[in-house]
Design a protein. Structure first.
Length: 375
């Protein structure tokens, strides 16, 4: 059994961190988060041309790199560390849904554009009720000749206001639970689709509400067979988000520690005070435990572990609580300047808070863990 990354993966992490530090300093994060789109197409295109990041986990047969979830986890961790403003996570989730649900012909048609970065995409499954399971999906799909028509509303959609392609989960009218669910693809400029950017606390990650009024859609995969692929896609989403969160938490921890070492009070560094040492120790323990859960879940995805439903929820719970608690400690360790706009700590604090509830909060996922292990 192996409990660490390979030397090649560590070298990949180091080179990626250098590249992202150059592309995403906090000055650039602040500039992009103030824009309507939240990113720039030219920068996104260059990032993918030079580093090929959206292609990491896509099989080579569809224009990707053919790497596993553990390698994707490294990318997400480093992006979380740098708060990269780009539609990466949203595109990854859409690509996973296509891989899990699409036919061979659909994968060959849709995935190359996602792999080379020319097409941005997102997954729209949550609705205004905030549910994170199949039973909460109310958007309906009705056949209309060779295509389908969608009616309903999707909310909290990552980069939904800018995505070129939207993968949507909807159901046959009158169906309930996991029955009658199907995946569909909708063009970002489809008639009958209204997109509205939501007002959110974390401006580094844009969310949107999508309203479908007889919007034209194309079926993705077999009709009525989305329950299994959706469950797998959501597990992958939780693991991706968990790894992104531990990257942000570790960055907060390091920055707070660097600050208290530099800050002098009563003739000595405040890092020498016992209360500061206690906070630093708590932060390290929390982050390292969350990393273990996130890394393990990513490895379990690659191995097809039967405990995946519980492990994905465990990773999300661990990372969410570690990230938010680390953010709280970081603000306190910075003192009065810690909650000012000019200090960068609030950028990660807001990301921690928004990520805490994205795809379900800790209470929901503790319940899911218990249900999974009970069976």
């Amino acid at each position: 059994m192996r409990f660490s990354f390979t030397p090649e993966q560590e070298e990949f992490r180091s080179s990626l961190r250098r590249a992202l530090e150059a592309r995403s300093p906090t000055k650039e994060v602040r500039r992009l988060m103030a824009t309507e789109q939240g990113f720039e197409r030219d920068g996104w295109t260059r990032l993918n041309q030079e580093l090929g990041l959206t292609a990491i986990h896509i099989p080579e047969a569809y224009g990707g790199g053919g790497f596993g979830q553990a390698d994707l986890a490294i990318v997400l961790e480093e992006m979380g560390r740098g708060l990269l403003c780009a539609p990466f996570l949203s595109t990854v989730l859409a690509a996973n849904a296509i891989l899990n649900a699409g036919t061979e012909e659909q994968k060959k048609a849709l995935l190359p554009g996602l792999a080379d970065g020319t097409v941005t995409a997102t997954l729209a499954f949550q609705e205004p009720n905030g549910g994170v399971d199949a039973a909460s999906i109310a958007t309906t799909a009705s056949p209309s000749g060779a295509t389908w028509r969608l009616d309903g509303t999707k909310s909290f959609v990552l980069d939904g206001h800018t995505a070129d392609l939207i993968v949507v989960v909807a159901r046959r009218p009158g169906s309930h639970g996991e029955e009658g669910l199907s995946f569909f693809t909708v063009a970002g400029d489809a008639s009958g689709l209204a997109r509205r950017k939501l007002k959110v606390m974390d401006e580094t990650r844009k969310l949107a509400q999508l309203t479908f009024k007889s919007a034209e859609a194309r079926l993705l995969g077999p009709e009525g067979a989305a329950a299994g692929p959706l469950a797998k896609t959501l597990q992958q989403a939780l693991v991706c988000l968990a790894n992104e969160m531990v990257g942000g938490a570790d960055r907060l921890r390091e920055d707070a520690l660097a600050y208290v070492k530099m800050r002098m009070q009563f003739g000595r560094s405040i890092a020498s005070f016992q209360t500061t040492k206690n906070k630093a120790a708590d932060m390290l323990a929390d982050v390292e435990l969350a990393k273990s859960a996130a890394y393990y879940a990513a490895a379990a995805l690659d191995e097809g572990d039967n405990d995946m439903p519980a492990l994905a929820s465990l990773a999300k719970v661990s990372a969410a609580e570690a990230y938010l608690q680390t953010a709280i400690h970081a603000v306190q360790m910075h003192g009065g300047i810690g909650f000012t706009w000019d200090n960068d700590t609030h950028l990660w604090f807001k990301r921690a808070k928004s990520s805490e509830i994205l795809f379900g909060d800790a209470n929901q996922h503790r319940e899911k863990m218990l249900q999974a292990w009970a069976h």
